[in-house]
Design a binder for this molecule. Structure first.
Ligand SMILES: Nc1ncnc2c1ncn2[C@@H]1O[C@H](COP(=O)(O)OP(=O)(O)OP(=O)(O)O)[C@@H](O)[C@H]1O
Ligand SMILES: [Mg+2]
Length: 370
């Protein structure tokens, strides 16, 4: 098996570090604190949540519920997914739990369907009426509150609730969550700004209700040891210098490190030198070039030029200075500012300590080659 995992999680053996982050999450679970987990895309939020789940799996007093609300578009979708995830977890007790749930609240239209091939029974819940959204949410939350066990409920891509048509989605949710003594919530997402204002703006329902955990890139030393370890079980030799080069070229951004190492491992090289690293990384970039070229059609000429300028700089500062504008022949300050805002909104770039960077590292490298 290739030890460099590209899907969210396998087991601790293939998971690098995150010891402090795991400790913080374990402590939050133990002490009933909710957590907002955020990071740049593909830094490892979902992996960390799954790692936490793995580490809690022997604790029979805990029910771990994970769901990703990226594809939901209303509170109703949210509740359906929550109910589905809660009951999926409780597979063995499903029938009796389901019965007591329906008897108690009588709000859901339950149905069973049987898969004719596997014989597996599928349990479906349909919410009765839209107007009952709040009551339905109360029902599932009360069900959880009345459970003997502690629930850890991880909601991935949580910023999505800001897009629901219900203006009071945060309020409804917060009002139900705040009185639950046996549930710890992990709100995870990559829109740091949206999550930050959701949880730290005074007027917002979730204000100061959770602690923050911002996931940075994995420590170089830890990642180096991990990579060396994984290669030590193969025929491929790789020096610590080359491992360092992998971390440099990928900015130690988890997904890019994993992807590059996965490819290098799969090639079954005898020795990995800088040449193999560059060639393999180049292949990964060019495989994505069709997608990158398409981005150009979605942007104005100035936005594209600015994107290229930022890529050339790597970390761009003073974008609206005369120096930057004339270096890259960008035109007027006001149009550069407008283009900058638009690139931020499209999540093609992000800001870190007064520097602007291209979100997708591969895209950034590709832009410098065209
Ligand atoms: N600590 C880790 N060690 C090894 N691989 C990891 C680690 N954390 C995450 N990964 C891998 O890195 C990739 C990205 O991780 P993950 O999907 O968890 O990121 P994410 O922050 O949830 O991304 P997104 O913002 O797109 O949801 C995955 O392939 C995952 O397997
Ligand atoms: Mg994720």
């Amino acid at each position: 098996m290739n030890p460099f995992i590209l899907s969210a999680y396998h087991s601790p053996k293939y998971f690098c570090d995150r010891k402090n982050e795991l400790k913080q999450l374990m402590s939050a679970v133990e002490n009933n604190r909710n957590v907002v987990l955020s990071s740049l895309r593909r830094m490892g939020k979902t992996g960390l949540i799954k790692h936490l789940e793995f580490n809690l799996k022997d604790n029979h007093n805990i029910v771990f519920v994970y769901f990703d609300i990226m594809t939901t578009s209303s509170m109703n979708d949210f509740i359906k997914l929550l109910v589905d995830s809660v009951f999926k977890i409780q597979k063995n007790e499903k029938d009796s739990l389901y019965k007591s749930f329906v008897n108690l609240f009588g709000l859901f239209k339950p149905s069973f369907s049987v898969n004719p091939i596997s014989g597996e029974t599928k349990f479906n819940i349909e919410l009765s009426e839209k107007k009952e959204t709040e009551t339905s949410l109360s029902a599932i939350m009360d069900y959880i509150s009345n459970h003997k066990k502690k629930f850890v409920i991880a909601i991935d891509e949580f910023q999505q609730i800001a897009n629901y048509p219900e203006k009071n989605a945060e309020e409804i949710l917060r009002s139900k969550i705040q009185f639950m003594n046996n549930a710890v919530f992990i709100f995870s997402g990559s829109s740091r700004d949206i999550l930050k204002s959701m949880f730290s703006d005074k007027g917002r329902p979730f204000y100061q209700s959770s602690e923050f955990l911002y996931l940075k890139s994995i420590n170089h030393i830890e990642y180096s040891e991990f990579i060396a370890d994984q290669f030590s079980n193969s025929r491929t030799k790789i020096s610590s210098e080359e491992i360092n080069n992998i971390l440099e070229i990928t900015n130690a951004h988890t997904f890019y490190v994993q992807n590059l190492c996965n490819r290098l491992y799969a090639e079954n090289f005898k020795v990995i030198t800088q040449a193999e690293i560059n060639e393999t990384f180049g292949k990964i970039i060019s495989e994505n070039s069709y997608y990158f070229e398409n981005i150009k059609h979605l942007l104005t000429d100035l936005q594209w030029k600015l994107l290229k300028a930022i890529a050339m700089e790597g970390k761009a500062t003073g974008i609206n200075s005369n120096y930057f504008i004339s270096k890259y022949k960008l035109g007027s300050v006001s149009s550069v500012n407008t283009a900058l805002q638009s690139l931020m909104k499209k999540e093609l770039i992000y800001k870190e300590n007064d520097c602007y960077l291209i979100y997708d590292l591969l895209f950034s490298k590709w832009l410098t080659t065209i």
